[in-house]
Design a protein around this ligand. Structure first.
Ligand code: ADP
Length: 491
């Protein structure tokens, strides 16, 4: 491969291009009119403007991306995450145009893109599943009978779901019909597919996912786990690797089961198998994501493996150069997603300009960002500004690095999840690794940030008073020294 087009924007486009450049391969960026000045455009060897800001007229224009790629002699396309990354039709069209798609086959994407098809594919492999049904349900009476059998609470889920959308918890039978209607209409409006199914709602689970890597020669490896239990609206905001609670035995069992999931759909490339872990350390398969995950840097840090480089090597037909027994966990990595969202106001998007954007650097800090100071956060795309990743030899050290880094991070012009991050990384339950996906609901109240801000303001005010007093003292000393001098001079 001589030239790779990255069909994405922001931090992931930039991050992917860095690995491509390191491999001595040329890069092509795509951008919308809202992203003319974006760092990913400036970083690339060549860049193509696709059209107006809305994704449907730019980043989702698969046809245009392929025709432009052909004009520029591109021989590989990396989709990043989001946008077209899990679109089987796009992957198929890329391959049909004679370009390598850096990702799994369209068939693997199709199977794993549907939660129901995924459950069906995995069935043969004896992998623990969340109790529930493995087919779509439309009739509320049938749904009630199933729910009674599984036992409340249950979760109604969209088969085509993603990003935590189309999910409804049902505590009692009386609520089922209304919740089911809502789940179906949300599934239709978000995914154009109203198929929903029922799962047991696992109370207080942890979200643990396994990074897998497979080549085209039948080698399938697991690169250990990431814990992603700190979520708002069923969406991740803090991730870490390894998890603070897995035993080596459970880690191995989950890793081997994740490899089976990869095999069940003839997976090729980097993928993620998601599980829920209950308080008794039982785990259940949730779904597989057939792309690079947002949170992949924590895995890169503890394994020392560049996942994008591996994706490219695998896509060009190379055999994986290491075996399972060569892989090891070294230290601990933490990630905070910095969203343009206001944690004081229900994590609603906070749109504005990055009037100030300065962050700490150092050997234990990695910042993946697609923005620079002065840029506006466009309303058209995902509101994630950056990912702050820290490393330590122990979990405690990685947390301490994160606290320091957040305290040194300066963002002005809009609200972000940074103060929420500080709350998490200083919280006793988090520090002791005693938490689950209910962490935010259980512990977090916007008042905490108000109090923290107040405390910060009080410290700042006290410091100002102290500085003033010290200055006054100094002036007095200087004054008296001066008068002494005068006295001496006079004598
Ligand atoms: P999506 O594809 O929308 O991200 P997932 O199936 O990956 O949906 O689930 C996202 C999150 O929703 C999980 O990390 C977990 O917090 C919650 N969740 C999903 N299924 C269940 C379940 N059966 N019981 C409890 N929580 C669940």
């Amino acid at each position: 491969m001589r030239k790779i087009l990255v069909a994405n924007r922001g931090e992931i486009a930039l991050r992917v291009m860095k690995s491509i450049k390191n491999m001595g391969i040329l890069t092509v960026a795509i951008y919308s009119e809202a992203d003319r000045e974006a760092p990913h455009v400036r970083f690339a060897d060549e860049a193509i403007c696709l059209g107006p800001p809305p994704s449907s007229q730019s980043y989702l224009r698969g046809d245009l991306i392929i025709s432009e790629a052909l004009k520029l002699g591109v021989d590989g396309i990396h989709p990043g995450y989001g946008f077209l990354s899990e679109n089987a039709a796009f992957a198929r069209a890329v391959v049909a145009a004679g370009i390598t798609f850096i990702g799994p086959s369209p068939e693997s994407m199709e199977v794993m893109g549907s939660k129901l098809a995924a459950k069906d594919a995995v069935k043969r492999y004896d992998i623990p599943m969340v109790p529930g049904i493995d087919e779509a349900v439309e009739d509320p009476e049938k749904a009630k009978a199933i729910a009674r059998e599984i036992g409340f609470p249950i979760l109604i889920k969209a088969s085509a779901g993603g990003g935590g959308k189309g999910m409804r918890i049902v505590e009692r039978e009386e609520e089922l019909e209304a919740q089911m209607e809502r789940a179906i209409s949300e599934a239709i409006s978000s995914f154009g597919d109203g198929a929903v199914f029922i799962e047991k709602y696992i109370t207080g689970p942890r979200h643990i996912e396994i990074q897998v890597l497979s080549d085209q020669h039948g080698n399938n490896l697991y690169l250990f786990e990431r814990e992603c239990s700190i979520q708002r609206r069923h969406q991740k905001v803090v991730e870490e690797a390894p998890s603070g609670v897995l035993t080596p035995e459970v880690r191995k069992a989950m890793g081997e089961d994740a490899v089976k999931v990869a095999k069940s759909c003839d997976y090729v490339g980097a993928g993620t198998v998601e599980f829920l872990l209950d308080s008794d350390m039982n785990y259940y398969f949730l779904e597989m994501n057939t792309r690079l995950q947002v949170e992949h840097p924590v895995t890169e840090w503890i394994t020392g493996i560049d996942l994008v480089e591996q994706q490219i090597r695998v896509a060009r037909g190379e055999k994986l150069a290491f075996r399972q027994e060569d892989l090891q966990i070294n230290g601990h990595a933490m990630e905070l997603r910095i969203y343009a969202e206001d944690p004081m106001n229900g994590f609603l998007p906070s749109i504005g300009t990055l009037e100030k954007f300065s962050y700490p650097t150092g050997p234990n800090i990695r910042l993946d960002s697609g923005y620079t100071e002065g840029m506006e956060i466009p309303i058209y795309y995902d509101p994630m500004i950056a990912k702050l990743v820290t490393y330590g030899h122990t979990r405690e050290a990685a947390c301490q690095e994160m606290v320091k880094a957040i305290q040194q991070f300066q963002v002005e012009g809009l609200a972000t999840t940074l103060p929420f991050g500080l709350f998490v990384f200083q919280h006793e339950a988090f520090l002791q690794a005693k938490f689950d996906t209910g962490f935010v609901g259980q512990y977090f109240k916007p008042e905490h940030l108000v109090e923290a801000k107040k405390a910060e303001a009080e410290v700042a005010a006290a410091l100002a008073v102290w500085l003033y007093e010290e200055e006054q003292k100094q002036l007095k000393v200087v004054g008296s020294v001066k008068s002494n001098w005068k006295g001496r001079l006079g004598s």
